[in-house]
Design a protein around this ligand. Structure first.
Ligand code: SF4
Length: 339
């Protein structure tokens, strides 16, 4: 069963066997409102509604199979018809602003050592429709979502075409109408993907999971660095900023005893030089089987003091949703338990 998202009107007509373009538009508008039941689309003729209902039980291909809630964060596990399960998360800032964290792949091939998704390997890419559907499913939770981050399962730039098609779908004026500036694509540093994104010139935001600013440490934690070392990553980011003139986020997952020394801070400061970047410090979310440790509070404070001295522009994020494994780098293995 094909997703009806990221399709032209003609494609929706063909998938559903509709005769008239306006019928496809009605279906699309209902999907945007989160209506999954064709029977509820009262502006379609009754006979058509009944046929669609008998052929397809929902407008969505993804089915929510689990919902967990903690600290105003809601995580959904979504199963697609082939049995693939992904997770997506709705985050709240507590002031009425909601952000959707979407997955772009089932699992991930990048194998970053601190990340739970990395332990799964890549199962498959999601289609553009399956990525956009996650947003629609998160909106069925009842709040309007204004921001999107591609920070769920998978490396979005490794599934480039589908991720960008989903970005464009979510931006559609007659659809969810989310501004590009409110969308952030996160990458572990896939340089060819950053270059392609630069060429596209879409005003989306970019976040890079940096974790360490020296090649030896970074290569030991993030395999991607062996193919695209920091010098190449930085050159790609400088070029991205030349085109976009937009502040980057450098995600810095803090790992006890690994990337919190004075030397690490100096390397980080040196990487930031020449970039307009905000470093986002994220104390590692504990995942017992991965063998890292979350830095102690004092260790975090000392590292912050180094960054202050070095005039690094930084912020510190206390991950929400930790108790339901909905925090950064924690999506994944619970899903396989459900299979
Ligand atoms: S951090 Fe991102 S790129 Fe790295 S393994 Fe996890 S999901 Fe993949």
């Amino acid at each position: 069963m094909e997703s009806l998202f990221c399709k032209t009107n003609e494609e929706i007509m063909s998938i559903l066997g509709l005769d008239k373009p306006f019928q496809a538009k009605i279906v699309y508008q209902n999907m945007i409102k989160g209506i999954s039941d064709f029977g509820a689309m009262t502006s379609l003729p009754k006979a058509l509604r009944e046929r669609l209902q008998s052929e397809r039980k929902s407008t969505f291909t993804g089915e929510i199979i689990r919902k967990e809630e903690a600290d105003s964060t809601i995580k959904l596990a979504v199963r697609f018809p082939d049995g693939a399960i992904i997770e997506c998360v709705r985050l709240s800032d507590g002031n009425g602003r909601y952000t959707a964290c979407l997955s772009s792949q089932v699992g991930c091939a990048m194998g970053c050592a601190f990340c739970k998704t990395g332990t799964m390997g890549l199962v498959r890419n999601l289609t553009a429709g399956e990525i956009a559907e996650q947003f629609a499913l998160l909106e069925t939770l009842g709040e309007k979502i204004s921001h999107i981050v591609f920070m769920g399962m998978g490396e979005a730039l490794a599934n480039f075409t589908a991720a960008i098609d989903a970005v464009q779908e979510l931006h559609r004026e007659d659809g969810f109408n989310i501004s590009y500036r409110r969308m952030t694509i996160s990458t572990c540093g896939l340089v060819p993907g950053i270059k392609k994104l630069t060429e596209l010139n879409l005003p989306v935001r970019l976040a890079v999971s940096l974790v360490a600013a020296d090649d030896k440490t970074r290569s030991s934690i993030m395999k991607i660095n062996r193919s695209y070392p920091l010098s190449e990553l930085k050159a790609a980011l400088i070029s991205f900023q030349r085109h976009q003139d937009r502040r980057l986020t450098l995600e810095y997952c803090m790992l006890h005893g690994i990337n919190t020394s004075a030397e690490s801070a100096e390397e980080l400061a040196s990487f930031c030089r020449g970039l307009d970047a905000l470093v986002n410090l994220i104390p590692w979310n504990p995942i017992p089987e991965l063998g890292f440790e979350t830095p102690r509070e004092a260790e975090i404070r000392v590292f912050e003091s180094y960054l202050k001295k070095l005039r690094v522009n930084y912020t510190i994020r206390r991950s929400k949703g930790r108790s339901i494994s909905g925090a950064c780098g924690q999506l994944a293995t619970e899903t396989s338990k459900m299979q």
